[in-house]
Structure formats: C-alpha cells, structure tokens
Design a protein around this ligand. Structure first.
Ligand code: TXA
Ligand code: MG
Length: 540
C-alpha cells in the first residue's frame, strides 16, 4: 500500500506533527548526527514491526532504542540493570554516536530486541532527533532509514529515494555530520566488546573504561558456522549495484592498476582520495582528503550511492583505508560493500612476460632471473591453485569426480575434459584463473627483488595483465616454434601444429606489449636483447 509521505522541516510545528505520528504508531525518518534513522515507538511492538516491513529488514536483526536523557534508561525500565561500565561510557560520550548494549528490561518488545536478551541504547546529539524524542515523550526504536542492504542515508533525499510512500513522514535536518553509524559496544560480555566501529574509536573508549575487545566480525568474514554477536554483521551491507572491490596498495600502485583496468575494460570507476583524482583516467568518486578520515566517513555513503549514478560502471575499485582509529569504521563499511573482495597490490614493479608457445619464454625468464629480477611462474601457481580444497570442489562440481584415489587432482583427466570443448575450457579458466592470479600476487609480495616478472603464457586470458606496469612478449617464427615444441614436449608435428593453432597470433601480442623480444637467432643475440629490454625497465 502506497501512502503519502510528509516532507517535514525541523520547525517546531513540524516536529510536533511528527511526534503525533509516532504516538499514533506511525513511522518517521529523523536526522541524527550519524545517519538518518527510521523511528517508531520502541514500546509498541506493532509500530516496530512496520519498520522491518518498510526496510525489508530481516526480523532477526535488532534495533537501537534512542533516548533524550540518560535518566530515561532507569525511569522507563529499559534495562535490567544499568552497569557501572555503561554509566561511564554514557557520561563520557553521550549525547553522541555511541550505542551501548545491556541486558534488556521487560518493557522492551521482542520486535526491538529480535528475541535477544539484550537491548541497544543510544542518546543522539542531533538537536532535531532529541527534540523529536522529547516532544513525542517516547523512546524511539530506529535503524538506519535505508532499504535493507543499501548504503545508510546521510541526507533527507537519500531517505526519500528509498522510503517515499512507505513511511508517514521524513524530517529534513540537512546532511549528517558524522556520516557513518554509531559505534556499537556491548557491556553484556565479560570484557566490553565493540561490535561495530564508528567515529568514537576503540582507543577513545579504552581511555575511559580500560579493557575493550573488537569483535572478530568487525574486520573479518564470518565462516558459515560462526554466530554473529551482532546480527547486522552477517548481512551484505552498504552495497551499490556495481561490484565493489577493495584495493590495498600505495597511491602509485592503486592509480596504475585502476588506469590499466579502465584501459582494458572501460567500465570501471574509482573510489579514492581527492589527492589522486587528477591522476585517474576512470570516473572517480572522492572520499575526501587522504589525511582526513572524519571527512572520509562523512562522504562514504553518499559516495557509495553516487556509484550507481555513473552510467556504464560495472566495477568500482575502492582504495583501502588503514584499519586503525576512525579508519576501522571506514574499512568495516567498505569491506562489506565489497562483500569481502580484496585485492592486495604488492609494492613491487611487476612486469608481465608472455608470448606464443615455443617462442622461448622460459629461456627469457631464466635470463631475466640472472639479471636480478624475481620470477613468479603462472605454471607453478596453477599447480598450487588446483590443489586448494575449494578449487578442487569447484572442479568436481563442474566436471564430475576428477580426483585420484588419494584425493589429489587427476590433472590429466581435467585437461582431457577441459580441452574437449571451448565451453569446458572457459569453465576451467573461470575456476582457476582468479586463484592463480591471487597466488601470483602473494608470491610477488614475498619476492626479495623489486622487479618481479609474471611469467604467464595466459597473462591476458587470466586478466593478470592489469597488475603489470610493463609487458614483454616473446615471439619467434613459426618454423622455429614448431621445431622447439616437437623437441621440448615430445610431440609429433601434427600435435604441435594443433597446439599452435589455438594460440593468439603475433598481432595480438604486439598490440598488448611494451617490448617485443624476437627469438630467431642465437642464444647470445637473445641474451643481448633481454639485457637491453631489462635495462629499459629501469628508465621507468
Ligand atoms: O548511528 C546509528 O546507530 C544509526 C542511527 C539511526 O542511530 N542507527 C543504526 O541502526 O545504524 P541499524 O539498525 O542500522 O544498526 C544497528 C546495529 C545492527 O547491526 C544490529 O544488529 C545491532 O546494531 N544491534 C542492535 N541491537 C543489538 C543487540 N541487542 N545485540 C547485538 N547487536 C545489536
Ligand atoms: Mg543499518
């Protein structure tokens, strides 16, 4: 049923109207200093149930009760007991963006606590929120006023975008100062524990109450069998339509990576710092200054919503903040927006080495190693990748039982199936390539050398090219290649020709590389050319 949502200002008269709506069991979106909240009478289970319906929120995710005075906690019997630690936190940080979880009082309906024995309470500092709570005379249950799963709203317009026609009213109090939701801490555990980071940091809390833990789910993905201490942590969150990927690495590596992705795919955007904007060739959304994490928090959700307004963007690379101080709150939101997809860019100069089979790529790799480069072989990484349990499971799911009696992978069998059709080969690659690249990046990070060669026949097919600041390809004449393959792999001429026929042609490699090494002459000539190309790398 669609209703007419009232668009209210924060005038005294409008606040009075909104308070009356709440007393009648209706829903009002209100500004708070963190994000907009979707409020209902916290003591009325029916009113609260409507919040879940409007947001499409799972019923097992409890709500925060908002109050206007610390004294309300005991006056209204919201908790079973108001522990000393909670009192200290309240006095230090309220009014403000901290939510404290305590054992709940009997007046709290099950809808608010989602059946838990605890309740979350917060005293916001936003003047409009406090006026509304006072004027209504009620404690207000309020989650963020977004559709469940979308970024939290930080302006009245965001609320209207999600909730228009589903709630009675929204009060426009301008843009929220903080921009990320409150820090949630429970004191119902032996040692107080942060369940959601916000701009009130762990360090600030520790200065008031001493010992404080950070829940594992704040920075890590929970395994399927792990219970979330805070139910909200288990849901995909803050996600725009485009795929978000968190990228860890220096400014320089991040910029280079995004630019190469854009050049190759043309459908990417970057979520980055103002300092980087002019250097990125893809559409950018700024998170604010690199050195101002509070500004980044304020901009974060608006930025995530803005992603969907850029036409044609399918992947957004977000430059990963460090996870300390306020950064922990940013990291926690971004990693959920990214559904825990993270790319670690090694602080190395990665050079791609590819080319046609039989052209002499391995010889070139050996010579580069002698010249001082680290070598990361895709073939070695591939052998490791296919022995990982989840990769093996995916291969069995796709191709049937492809394991040996000792549970190792029957590689000959996989190869036979994969090369029997183009579709099977695609399936194999889609399972193995991402893992191979991940392993190669990890090995690159572990290399002692500053220059690391990605020795990869399928550099381009595996999309490993975007990690390479330069690409070298080795080519040689058809007859020479044929001869080498026959000798190297013990094949008859026809088999070798068949292998060569599925390869990309010379043009493909020439178009995609910075240097070509032709290997048609002597070993000495090859070594001289490799040296020349290697020397060119240090010229940047
Ligand atoms: O800044 C904020 O906290 C905003 C504004 C509107 O106040 N509110 C907000 O509410 O972010 P919501 O519902 O979007 O997030 C509340 C989080 C959820 O992750 C929920 O699972 C957790 O707090 N939570 C609430 N009650 C809890 C409880 N009793 N035990 C554990 N976690 C709880
Ligand atoms: Mg929320």
């Amino acid at each position: 049923m669609k209703m007419n949502t009232l668009h209210l200002t924060n005038s005294q008269q409008d606040i009075a109207t909104a308070a009356a709506v709440l007393r009648d069991g209706g829903l009002v979106a209100m500004p708070t200093e963190t994000v907009y909240g979707l409020a209902a009478n916290a003591l009325d289970g029916n009113a609260v149930r409507r919040i879940f319906e409007a947001k499409g929120r799972p019923m097992d995710n409890p709500l925060i009760v908002h109050i206007a005075e610390i004294a309300d906690i005991e006056r209204l019997g919201l908790v079973r007991e108001f522990p000393e630690t909670a009192r200290k936190l309240a006095e230090a940080f309220w009014p403000g963006p901290l939510t404290i979880i305590m054992d709940k009082g009997s007046v709290i309906p099950d809808e608010v606590s989602a059946g838990l024995s605890t309740v979350a309470i917060r005293l916001p500092s936003h003047p409009d929120a406090r006026r509304l709570i006072r004027e209504s005379g009620l404690p207000l249950a309020a989650p963020s006023a977004n559709t469940s799963g979308k970024p939290s709203p930080t302006t009245a317009q965001h609320v209207i975008d999600d909730m228009d026609g589903r709630i009675e009213a929204v009060i426009d109090g301008g843009a929220c100062d903080v921009g990320v939701e409150s820090t949630v801490i429970t004191v119902a555990t032996d040692i107080p524990r942060i369940l959601r980071p916000g701009i009130i940091t762990r360090e600030e809390i520790a200065a008031v109450i001493g010992d404080v833990e950070v829940d594992k789910a704040v920075l890590n993905k929970l395994e399927n069998n792990e219970r979330a201490s805070s139910p909200g942590m288990k849901y995909k969150h803050y996600a725009p339509r485009a795929t978000v990927i968190l990228v860890r690495g220096t400014d320089e590596k991040f910029i280079g990576f995004v630019n190469r992705c854009q050049k190759r795919d043309g459908n990417v955007a970057a979520l980055c710092y103002t300092e980087d904007i002019g250097k990125i060739d893809a559409p950018v959304i700024s998170l604010g200054s690199e050195n101002d994490q509070k500004q980044q928090a304020q901009a974060l959700f608006d930025a995530l919503r803005a992603v969907d307004e850029i036409d044609g963007v399918e992947v957004v690379y977000a430059h990963c903040p460090s996870a300390d101080g306020v950064g922990m709150a940013l990291y926690n939101r971004l990693i959920r927006a990214a559904a825990f997809r993270v790319i670690d860019l090694p602080d190395k100069r990665i050079i791609g080495l590819s080319g046609q089979t039989g052209a002499g790529k391995s010889e070139v790799a050996g010579m580069l190693r002698e010249l001082g480069a680290g070598i990361v072989s895709a073939d070695v990484a591939a052998r490791e990748a296919v022995e990982e349990a989840d990769v093996k499971a995916a291969l069995c799911a796709a191709f049937g039982d492809v394991l040996n009696p000792d549970r190792s992978l029957n590689r000959a069998r996989v190869a036979r199936i994969a090369f029997s059709s183009e579709k099977n080969l695609k399936t194999l690659n889609s399972i193995t390539h991402p893992r191979i690249v991940e392993i190669m990046l990890r090995k690159a990070a572990e290399c002692e050398q500053d220059i690391v060669i990605f020795d990869a026949p399928q550099l381009f097919e595996a999309h490993a090219d975007v990690f390479c600041e330069k690409i070298i390809c080795v080519l040689s004449d058809r007859e020479k290649r044929l001869e080498r393959i026959v000798r190297r792999d013990n094949l008859v001429k026809e088999e070798a020709e068949l292998r060569m026929s599925v390869q990309f042609d010379e043009r493909f490699f020439i178009d995609r590389s910075d240097s070509i090494i032709y290997n048609n002459g002597s070993v000495e000539e090859l070594r001289a050319r490799v040296k020349e190309v290697y020397g060119g790398l240090s010229d940047g």
